[in-house]
Design a protein around this ligand. Sequence first.
Ligand code: FMN
Length: 190
Amino acid sequence: MASPLMKILTISGSLKATSFNTGLLRTLAHMAPEGVTVVEASIADIPMFNEDLEVAGLPASVATLKQQIAEADGVIISTPEYNFSYPGVLKNAIDWASRGPVRPFADKPVATISVSPGNFGGIRAQTDLRRLMHSIGAHVLPKPEIAIPQAKLKFDDDRRLTDEATRAMITTLIEKFSAFIRVHNSQASE
Ligand SMILES: Cc1cc2nc3c(=O)[nH]c(=O)nc-3n(C[C@H](O)[C@H](O)[C@H](O)COP(=O)(O)O)c2cc1C
């Protein structure tokens, strides 16, 4: 019997049109094997979190994001590093998704990546992001922990990941994350 389809949602922590992190996730989507569909979320229209807005009714952009997370078997987040941590826009989106009666990140398989033009690959941001995801009950893939440094050497002008060694790391991440999700789903259905 063919294995069931797996759906992965990607979230980039950057809103920039020429973002390396968004480019990485789009490259990853093209590298996904048969049977794995990759959907790209957008956090661009999510307003700044305000409990008054929450009481008035979830903004459509937040409701969409929460539904996309809930429907996904797993979520891959790629984050830039801003001043040694992840960007506020990403924290804001995750804060929204962590609230209310339906909390779709709880027990959700999540993999993290970081990309930076600098030498440390955004690892400090990714470490903070992993701690944040643990705090809201996500099931974070322990390894591989991919931090891509010197992005300008590894992406083309259209922000496609071209560096072969890094592409091999992404292939491994997709394989390991798919296996992680399968184990998670089989335990959930027991
Ligand atoms: C406010 C701000 C702070 C930054 N701080 C860091 C940093 O601490 N470490 C780092 O490696 N890059 C830092 N950068 C550079 C980003 O890594 C770079 O802009 C990168 O391209 C952002 O990722 P993106 O291309 O996906 O948007 C910073 C950029 C901004 C705008």
